[in-house]
Design a protein around this ligand. Structure first.
Ligand code: FAD
Length: 415
């Protein structure tokens, strides 16, 4: 596959751009692969990519029931940060944030990583104490964050109403090298790199069943027929429960809709990401000028990937307290994705009761930021059959054993 470069753009400009090859083909499946990954979201594609890059395993198919990146990967609000409280989470999310720093160069694909800084506002004394604790934990974990004063918040975000009618801003947990990236470009970049290694990314092909013999996975049934495999990775976010059911085990996750919306585009007014977890909302400004807005997850289980009126009303009402200027904005678009929530708000990267079948799920409202790190850790698990240091705390058995990784403050509302 030809590399993208300034030279290639110049060359193509002189021949009506007829020399570009497709970024990834959509091949017919073979009858057998060494590894099948179900789900061509960012995490599934990153898993395949690192299987090839780190372990030389390239006889791999990534099978996707819809279009590539059409799940939560293409629906999220793209916040990337690593200011979590517990050591295993900080290690995993910081690894991922660090991988994002050079991912465009590594994939030869511009994922538009923008380390513009993320702040989590403290709007109650309780929240302030929580973030001061996180700041100190982060210092021990090697994650660079600091608690900043209200005046520094105002300097960084002039449109904020520091005095808030109900909740004044008492400061914020600030991570300067956190930020955003172009979500679908992350999926496209990984897909192109996988195709370049000879892997198959097969779209419009739903997995409908999992076959096994003597307790070990042997094949998946799909809408394009039976496909054999020696190892299987299930990386399907909100549909993890359904896939686990096909593979014959139960998961401690529940699926709920998470919604977001964007306003009409306006002139640049905010160049950092702000999360206001007490009032339940967060906001950033996209490169196009739209204010990207999100809030909490729906309070009931469902598989409906669409928005609803109550969400617009609740989230915008909450944010107007802190950003009065958005009361004059028209909202342009709204959507939803199905996220898979665990009880401790931490993910699962784990072996399963079925031999050679591995699962990566439970990222809930905050897995986009983990995409490269999750793929890195999952590839190690699939290749070696045992979790590496980044994944070992995230086994699905931790719920039976009482070894929770409680991230309800870092990930309960915040994404
Ligand atoms: C509105 C919203 C806002 C969010 N904001 C943020 C944020 O700001 N920051 C952040 O870090 N995270 C955020 N998230 C969470 C983040 O989007 C997800 O955690 C992450 O994208 C999950 O990636 P994934 O690759 O595991 O899943 P997905 O991208 O959902 O990929 C799973 C794929 O599996 C496919 N699939 C399902 N069933 C089958 C089957 N039977 N056969 C074949 N394929 C199948 C699906 O079609 C899908 O493409 C947000 C999520 C939403 C919905």
């Amino acid at each position: 596959m030809r590399r993208y470069s300034a030279f290639a753009i110049a060359r193509e400009a002189f021949r009506q751009h007829k020399g570009w090859s497709e970024a990834w083909p959509n091949p017919e499946p073979r009858s057998q692969y060494d590894v099948i990954i179900v789900g061509a979201g960012g995490h599934g594609l990153a898993t395949a990519y690192y299987l090839g890059k780190r372990f030389g395993i390239t006889n791999v198919a990534v099978i996707e029931k819809g279009w590539l990146g059409g799940g939560n990967t293409g629906r999220n609000t793209t916040i990337i940060r690593s200011n979590y409280l517990q050591d295993p989470s900080a290690a995993l999310y910081e690894k991922s944030r660090a991988l994002f720093e050079t991912l465009s160069q590594e994939l030869n694909y511009n994922i538009m990583f923008s380390p513009r800084g993320v702040m989590m506002l403290a709007q109650t004394e309780h929240e302030k104490r929580g973030y001061l604790r996180t700041e100190r934990a982060n210092a021990l974990q090697g994650v660079q964050t600091r608690f900043i004063s209200p005046s520094e918040v105002r300097r960084l975000v002039p449109i904020i109403n520091i005095d808030g009618p109900r909740y004044p801003v008492l400061g914020a947990l600030w991570q300067e090298r956190a930020g955003t990236a172009r979500h679908d470009a992350v999926a496209w970049g990984f897909a192109r790199a996988c195709a370049a290694m000879g892997m198959h990314v097969i779209e419009q092909c739903a997995v409908t069943g999992v076959e096994s013999a003597d307790g070990v996975v042997t094949a998946v049934n799909t809408t394009k027929g039976r496909i054999g495999c020696k190892k299987l990775g299930i990386v399907v976010a909100g549909h993890s429960g359904a896939l686990a059911d096909m593979a014959g085990f139960r998961l401690p996750v529940e699926s709920v809709a998470l919604q977001a919306l964007v306003s009409e585009p306006i002139k640049p007014c905010m160049d950092v990401v702000v999360m206001a977890n007490t009032v339940h909302g967060y906001m950033s400004q996209s490169d196009k000028g739209e204010m990207v807005i999100g809030g909490g997850a729906d309070q009931f289980n469902n598989y409906t990937q669409r928005g609803s009126w109550h969400h617009i009303e609740e989230t915008v009402r909450a944010l107007v307290e802190t950003f009065p200027m958005i009361s004059r904005l028209k909202m342009l678009r709204q959507w939803g994705g199905i996220v898979d929530m665990t009880g401790d708000r931490s993910p699962i990267i784990s072996k399963t009761p079925l031999g050679n079948c591995f699962i990566n799920c439970g990222w809930g409202t905050g897995g986009f930021k983990a995409t490269p790190g999750s793929g890195w850790a999952m590839a190690e698990l699939v290749a070696r059959g045992e979790p590496g240091p980044l994944a070992e705390a995230f086994s699905m058995t931790r719920f039976r054993e009482g070894r929770f990784i409680d991230e309800s403050v870092a990930a309960g509302v915040a994404h």
